[in-house]
Design a protein around this ligand. Structure first.
Ligand code: TYD
Length: 413
């Protein structure tokens, strides 16, 4: 189901024979965070369906380029063949697409866009409505089919030489976007090689990833799960690009998903040099001491939520979860919750409903359950959509349902 991962996928540290470095105690990766053995965060199954299984959830830090990565890589066929994560169609997301469009327009007039990891085509549809000629690549059959049914050109498969060549044959894109895909990828050198296949010298490549600096600073430990094999910093991206055909020419920060960075790359043979990104590197704090404080804080947050739920249950109060995000799986399993603790978790995603939260017996139900059941507390596991969720639940809140946000510190609203 998974393979151990022992070398740095950005700078090669610990890889036997790489750049003359031999793996030994002084140049090996450092363990910095450990949640033990955990289920796969998006493995939503019915009560009698076979589950994919469990794997260690442990983070190793590269002492040289500061890339953090999981100690194992779960086979992508297991993680992505029937993927239940669907890009949100929330207002927050549409505003984000708008912001991306603005950045792209500042860099190119080109109209051909390729999205790597296009999911159900939500972003493709947005850019198609802005007169772009779009094409997506995605490994999930079920989601690629949804995109195609809406007239959005989608190639089914992982981003590899085969799918890259099919996309390139339709015309080299002026813009390549990969949102929250790169940190799922194991072999970065192969990914970069495929980018070469789909780019001309002026193609603008936008890689959006969660920023390890933000995750550490805000204590967002629930974004650590098996799909995210790496926790990227700008520094480690530079280390990766050192002997590649690409250069990073611009970095943009966005609040989406609890803090993301858009890393913009162009080929080194481009006429457009771009500006310096040095100032971004100076403010980044992603070293071992940042990970130590983060790990301590995560333990405290887990204890706080456990204690809160057990106190409320002991007092006869009802508690549910709101948003069966991948983050919810991390919380629920780190806290050891069962249906006795959380009655249910609501989610708007149809194919998560009537399944169980991975690793537990907690059912996922539709969002109407909040008004039907009027629980005393709803623990919000989609905290990245906080304002939107509070607004849309105004009626339930007026009837006494309190929303609990488990990070940055437990807060009851
Ligand atoms: P998201 O935070 O996008 O990502 P991840 O799964 O990577 O942690 O997931 C949010 C989940 O919450 C998603 O399954 C949709 C759900 N959701 C609701 O059920 N109601 C809402 O109002 C919102 C904003 C999200």
């Amino acid at each position: 189901m998974y393979q151990p991962h022992t070398h740095c996928r950005a700078c090669g540290l610990g890889k036997p024979g790489a750049q003359g470095i031999k793996a030994n105690a002084t140049n090996s990766l450092i363990p910095v965070f450990d949640l033990g053995i955990q289920p796969l965060a998006n493995d939503f199954c019915g009560p009698y369906e076979e589950r994919a299984g469990y794997a260690p959830l442990k983070v190793l830090l590269c002492p040289r380029c500061k890339l953090a990565q999981l100690s194992v890589v779960v086979r992508p066929e297991i993680l992505y063949a029937k993927y239940s994560y669907v890009t949100s169609n929330s207002d927050t997301m549409v505003k984000h697409f708008d912001a991306l469009d603005k950045v792209i327009r500042e860099e190119t007039d080109g109209r051909r866009l390729l999205e790597i990891g296009s999911n159900d085509g939500r972003m493709l549809a947005f850019f198609q409505s802005r007169n772009m000629v779009v094409c997506g690549i995605d490994p999930a059959d079920n989601l690629a089919a949804v995109a195609r049914s809406q007239g959005l050109r989608t190639i089914t498969g992982l981003f590899d030489p085969h799918t890259a060549s099919i996309a390139a044959a339709e015309g080299l894109p002026d813009v390549v976007l990969a949102r929250h895909v790169f940190c799922h990828v194991d072999d970065w050198k192969a990914f970069i090689n495929c980018l070469s296949l789909v780019s001309h010298p002026e193609t603008v490549i936008g890689i959006e990833v969660p920023h390890a600096h933000d995750m550490l600073e805000r204590g967002e430990f629930d974004t650590i799960y098996h799909e995210h094999t790496s926790y990227l910093s700008i520094r480690s991206m530079q280390a990766l690009l050192e002997d590649s055909p690409f250069r990073m020419f611009r970095v943009e920060h966005f609040p989406i998903h609890g803090g993301a960075i858009l890393l913009l790359l162009r080929r080194k043979d481009s006429n457009n040099v771009g500006c310096s990104i040095e100032h971004h590197l100076e403010s980044e704090q992603v070293d071992e001491s940042a990970w130590k404080s983060f790990s301590l804080r995560a333990r405290e947050n887990i204890s706080s939520l456990k204690e809160f739920v057990s106190t409320q249950r002991a007092n006869g109060k009802s508690v549910c979860g709101f948003g069966a995000s991948a983050k919810s799986t991390v919380w629920v399993n780190a806290c050891g919750f069962s249906r006795k603790d959380l009655l249910f978790i609501t989610d708007t995603t149809l194919h998560k409903q009537w399944k169980l939260s991975p690793g537990t017996d907690i059912p996922i139900v539709d969002e109407g359950a909040i008004l039907r059941e009027l629980p005393d507390y709803a623990v919000c596991f989609a905290w990245n959509f906080r304002n939107e969720i509070l607004e849309k639940n105004a009626l339930a809140r007026s009837k006494g349902v309190k929303f609990v946000f488990p990070i940055p510190e437990l807060e009851i609203v």
